[in-house]
Design a protein around this ligand. Structure first.
Ligand code: FES
Length: 574
């Protein structure tokens, strides 16, 4: 950042004549109709993530209008510019595959264009981490806002929300309890407004942990997309962006190891998406901060799940907004937080908690009466996942938390698609389903395929959950006894790729273990016969770059050349 320069003088194109560079730039920007007076003001860039494919960002044009109003009310000049946008359902092979590309786009467009601060408009799952990763790498004064959650739908008197209810009702359809006509009718009711999935999925998780990190104005995470408060929050964000431009407070001042420690506490307390851990590791990595998974696991033992939202509980994000959003959560766990962290406003986190109105409600439980006594996630270790695996214990079946069973193995997504519903599949309710080659490189893009469907013949018998293990991710909206992110992944020779049908696997969530009961010598024999999976099209383009440079889940699935070269801190520590 060129901190001592303002307006159009920042980041001039190099011709060897700075005066001519400025002259040329002003000639072109004047074609937009700006006056000299406007161009002399602090410029606030606004990252426009609208896309006709991205329903979760349908309200971005309205938010940009409101942010611009706030910037101009404060004497700044707002200039919006596009970056890549993506929606979970329109990002083949996966949105995770594209997240790093969006972060690079964000980083380079912020760097390339003149602005003294930038407003990031995130929303759908991967957009918030991508924007924060890119802006963190530039280390510019930046403030985040989000599109906000959708409002709930309704079907025959039952309240519905994407996409926990998408999965639950599709499961009933697979089991024959809902016919084709009714599931089609339901399809039109699951996503009834603009905005992001309204359960505690990845979008809600990233919004809440970002507010906890201090990069969003207080109260912004849970406001519904269609609520007038969402526009008022956007306007206030524009006002704050001008103050930020003047203060020169950059993201590294906010995103400290202690701030990430707070965010990881909040991740446990909200029963957040397992993806939140991967994304926080990626954002932290851009600033040289490493997440200690054993410490994350340890703080989970003392941080209960307090938020009663689907899929771990019963409410939706609009209910959390009415309950006060993030603030009652912070108030309940404030004894576990570092209250001295500085937020985007320049205020300490403790001051913000003190200033918040708190009232009686039933969405955020008191610390003494949680909906789950420990944190949402548990880190598992053992010979099946030497570098760790994750289970969302708050959304798992208590009866399966300690379970030993016979492996039923699918070697790829295509193999699973072909055989999962076959009547010939040799599978019983107490078996353990294993999916291989669905990790960062194997997917590619670590698809949210960890929510392996219950085989149709078991679903019809009423089986609703089984232990499922993969190197894939899972949507935050999903639930079940599902072990994810087994690391190292199968596609780089990890032990999960060496499992064979009939092997015995033991899961013990209480003790944090995941064990494959196969002799080492036999595993070595299998390893000697192993070869990595091939990917069509891998010889060129972004897929080639991705496969060569993507890291494992514990490093946030970032590209190795984007992570900060030096480690500056480790978190959580408290
Ligand atoms: Fe965009 Fe769920 S699909 S948040």
């Amino acid at each position: 950042m060129e901190k001592d320069r303002t307006g159009m003088r920042v980041g001039l194109t190099q011709y060897g004549d700075a005066g001519f560079s400025l002259f040329l730039r002003k000639a072109f920007i004047k074609a937009m109709g700006y006056s000299d007076s406007a161009l002399d003001r602090p410029i606030v860039g606004i990252v426009n993530t609208y896309s006709g494919y991205n329903a979760c960002h349908r309200n971005v044009p309205d938010l940009i209008d409101a942010i611009k109003r706030g910037v101009m009310l404060s004497g700044g000049l707002p200039v919006d510019f596009p970056v890549l946008s993506m929606h979970e359902s329109f990002s083949a092979p996966t949105s995770m595959f594209l997240r790093n590309l969006m972060s690079m786009d964000t980083e380079e467009m912020i760097r390339a264009q003149p602005m003294q601060s930038v407003v990031l408009i995130g929303g759908c799952d991967k957009t918030v981490p991508a924007l924060l990763m890119g802006a963190a790498s530039v280390n510019i004064p930046a403030i985040l806002t989000v599109t906000g959650p959708m409002s709930t739908g309704s079907h025959r008197g039952e309240r519905l929300g994407a996409c926990t209810d998408c999965r639950r009702l599709w499961g009933k359809h697979r089991a024959g309890e809902i016919d084709a006509a009714e599931i089609e009718e339901i399809n039109g009711k699951l996503a009834p407004t603009a905005g992001t999935c309204m359960v505690m999925g990845t979008a809600s998780t990233m919004a809440l942990v970002s507010e906890a990190l201090g990069v969003m104005l207080p109260g912004g995470a849970a406001i519904p997309a269609v609520h007038a408060d969402r526009l008022r929050h956007a306007e206030a964000t524009g006002v704050e962006a001008v103050a930020l431009a003047k203060s020169g407070r950059v993201l590294a001042d906010i995103l400290t190891p202690a701030a990430f420690g707070n965010a990881l506490r909040v991740l446990h307390a909200i029963g957040g998406s397992t993806n939140g851990l991967v994304h926080l590791a990626a954002v932290a990595g851009r600033l040289g901060i490493r997440i200690d998974y054993d410490a994350f696991d340890r703080i989970g033992q003392e941080t209960p799940v307090l938020v009663d939202l689907k899929p771990s509980g019963q409410h939706y994000m609009e209910d959390l907004h009415k309950a006060g959003g993030l603030m009652p959560i912070l108030r309940e766990i404030r004894h576990l937080l570092d209250e001295d962290c500085i937020t985007i406003t320049g205020k300490r986190l403790g001051e913000i908690i003190d200033a918040a109105d708190i009232w009686e409600q039933d969405v955020v439980r008191p610390f003494s009466n949680p909906i789950y006594p420990r944190g949402g996630m548990r880190v598992l270790r053992g010979n099946l996942a030497p570098d760790g695996a994750i289970i969302k214990q708050s959304a798992a079946s208590p009866a399966l938390m300690k379970h030993t069973g016979r492996a039923v193995v699918f070697t790829s997504l295509a193999d699973m698609d072909r055989r999962i519903d076959s009547e010939e599949l040799d599978v019983k309710a107490d078996d353990i389903l294993v999916l291989q080659n669905a990790g960062p490189k194997g997917g590619p893009g670590m698809p949210e395929a960890g929510y392996i469907p219950i085989p149709a013949k078991l679903a019809r018998q009423g089986v609703s959950d089984m232990v499922r293990i993969s190197d894939a991710r899972m949507s935050g909206t999903a639930y079940g006894t599902i072990v994810l992110h087994a690391s190292p992944e199968a596609a780089i020779g990890g032990p999960i790729g060496l499992v064979r049908d009939g092997d015995i696997i033991s899961l013990d969530v209480e003790n944090g273990t995941l064990t494959l009961d196969v002799e080492d010598a036999e595993l070595e024999r299998r390893r000697a016969a192993w070869s990595p999976p091939a990917h069509e099209g891998a010889e060129r383009g972004y897929l080639k770059l991705y496969l060569e440079r993507v890291e494992q889940a514990d490093r946030g699935c970032d590209f190795d050349f984007l992570v900060a070269p030096e480690t500056s801190g480790v978190t959580p520590q408290k």
